[in-house]
Design a protein around this ligand. Structure first.
Ligand SMILES: NC(=O)c1ccc[n+]([C@@H]2O[C@H](COP(=O)([O-])OP(=O)(O)OC[C@H]3O[C@@H](n4cnc5c(N)ncnc54)[C@H](OP(=O)(O)O)[C@@H]3O)[C@@H](O)[C@H]2O)c1
Length: 237
């Protein structure tokens, strides 16, 4: 029987942008597998949505190979796993911290893409989630910009290498997800207030708004090698 349902893997699908993408893509009728490291968190987050789950560290090559071999082909890959380390001005930048930032986000995203690519069905796609830090100039974010810029720099070449599969990225600005819970509540509130006053759209983003951009890239077969800014205009200010 011919397959009609698209099969989509969302790496980092237990929280924030990845979870919103998994739920949104599932609501279109696609089969969705969401992954994360923490199985209990993954199952609690996806409960009731008809989303399959798989728990492993996307930095673990053996686990990646086992996972992609085990699912017997899929159509689209969304890479939403997060990092967080690597901020600071050059004078204060802790280079070990910046290396950790690359280990947390750049390497697992690239490693996953490499392990996944042979299993992508024709007509498939890869969507990286980067960050607008790659495209704006602000004291203190050069390291974060380097991590995300390194991923964005790969998008065009990978789109040519993996043709006819498509390769794109979504570059979010400040989005209200559990990622921000690592900071004290008053810092987060103050930072979000500042964004509200500065951003052209007058507010921080919602995870589902970034998921909407992901859905566009997954569904539109004529877009490849592209980075979409979904940042409320942060790149303008
Ligand atoms: N939120 C923002 O303001 C913002 C802004 C710009 C860019 N971004 C980018 O958007 C992406 C999603 O961010 P978010 O805010 O949605 O983050 P989040 O709420 O912290 O969610 C991160 C997800 O990634 C998973 N994860 C992390 N490391 C993993 C690993 N090694 N292997 C497998 N899964 C892993 C987490 O699950 P486990 O904990 O179970 O592993 C979780 O499901 C990230 O790349 C982030 O840098 C976010």
């Amino acid at each position: 029987m011919e397959r009609t349902k698209q099969r989509i893997v969302v790496i980092g699908g237990s929280s924030g942008i990845g979870l919103a993408s998994a739920i949104r893509l599932r609501s279109t009728g696609a089969e969705v597998i969401a992954t994360g490291r923490d199985l209990a968190k993954l199952q609690a987050a996806t409960a009731g949505h008809g989303i399959e789950t798989a728990a492993f560290d996307a930095g673990d090559r053996k686990a990646l190979e086992q996972f992609f071999t085990g699912i017997h082909g899929f159509d689209h890959l969304v890479l939403a796993l997060s990092g967080g380390h690597g901020a600071g001005t050059l004078a204060d930048l802790d280079l070990a911290d910046l290396r950790t930032g690359f280990e947390e986000k750049f390497w697992p995203q690239v490693e996953t893409a490499q392990a996944a690519a042979p299993h992508l069905r024709p007509g498939g796609s890869i969507t990286f989630i980067t960050a607008i830090s790659a495209r704006i100039a602000r004291p203190g974010i050069a390291g974060l910009g380097a991590i995300n810029g390194a991923i964005e720099a790969m998008v065009g070449s990978l789109a040519r290498e993996l043709k006819p599969s498509r390769v794109n990225a979504v570059s979010p600005g400040v989005v209200d997800t559990p990622w921000w819970d690592r900071f004290p509540a008053d810092f987060k509130a103050g930072y979000f207030r500042e964004q509200q006053e500065t951003l052209p759209v007058g507010r921080v983003g919602r995870a589902d708004e970034v998921a909407h951009a992901v859905q566009f890239l997954v569904e539109n077969g004529y877009v490849t090698g592209t980075v979409i800014e979904c940042d409320g205009g942060l790149h303008l200010v």
